[in-house]
Design a protein around this ligand. Structure first.
Ligand code: GLN
Length: 237
């Protein structure tokens, strides 16, 4: 499995490190590009993605993060971390923020609304049951949460969530995205996997349930797994 890093610029990095500790794994805080050379997998926490992007830019982390992803190394983004990993983000101001990319999906940054619209929900995640022999459900903590509106063919959907009945679609561009989308009608995607990349719109690090962390650690240690993020990078050269 090697050394697990946690991007420690802003947001819930301490909570991820604590969850790893509960599984007997030491998470290493990552703040500088050269530190990525000492780790074999990375967690990008939730927080506020514009702030995180500004700090990542300040520390010149984007090129090293992109290289890390393109090398096929396991990376898990939770919430703002998912936004970082997405190839495209919508629902933000003109120009938006810089993204690491690699995960072939379009995320809406604040799909579920603002802080007061944060919520918890029981999600059906069959993959967690098969991995852990536990229940098929996971209690997701959604805080100013994004949603995945569209995924590419390489992306495996691990969990989705019904669109709230009072949900007004964000803008004409969001309507367009929904029409193109492969998402089952009236649902948005909230957890995905593509090769060694994992993305969750919610915050498993804020619960006592460490199954997503053990799922990621297994992904990180499975050397025989697919590395389609690496293949994408090669084909782009
Ligand atoms: N929607 C937030 C953003 O744009 C992410 C929220 C979170 O990580 N809890 O950064």
């Amino acid at each position: 499995m090697g050394v697990v890093g946690v991007l420690a610029l802003q947001g819930s990095f301490n909570e991820h490190i604590a969850a790893l500790r509960r599984l007997g794994v030491k998470g290493v805080e990552i703040r500088k590009p050269e530190q990525l050379q000492n780790i074999s997998s990375l967690i990008i926490p939730g927080g506020e993605s514009t702030t995180m992007a500004k700090l990542a830019e300040f520390h010149n982390l984007f090129p090293a993060l992109r290289e890390f992803v393109q090398m096929g190394k396991p990376v898990w983004g939770t919430c703002a971390g998912l936004i970082f990993l997405a190839n495209k983000a919508v629902g933000q101001k003109e120009g938006g923020q810089e993204l690491v990319g690699g995960l072939d999906c379009t995320v809406h940054r604040n799909y579920f609304g603002s802080q007061i619209q944060s919520f918890e929900a029981e999600l059906l995640v069959p993959e967690l049951a098969s991995e852990e022999g536990g229940p098929e459900t996971f209690r997701g903590v959604f805080i100013r949460a994004p949603a995945i509106l569209k995924v590419g063919s390489e992306v495996e959907v691990l969990a989705d969530y019904p669109i709230p009945s009072n949900k007004v679609l964000y803008s004409s561009s969001a309507v367009e995205i929904e029409e193109e989308s492969a998402v089952p009608e009236k649902k948005v995607i909230v957890a995905v996997k593509q090769g060694k990349l994992l993305g969750t719109a919610f915050h498993p690090e804020l619960t006592a349930d460490t199954r997503w962390h053990s799922y990621f650690l297994k992904m990180a240690s499975d050397l025989g797994g697919t590395t389609s993020n690496a293949i994408v990078a090669v084909s782009e050269v």
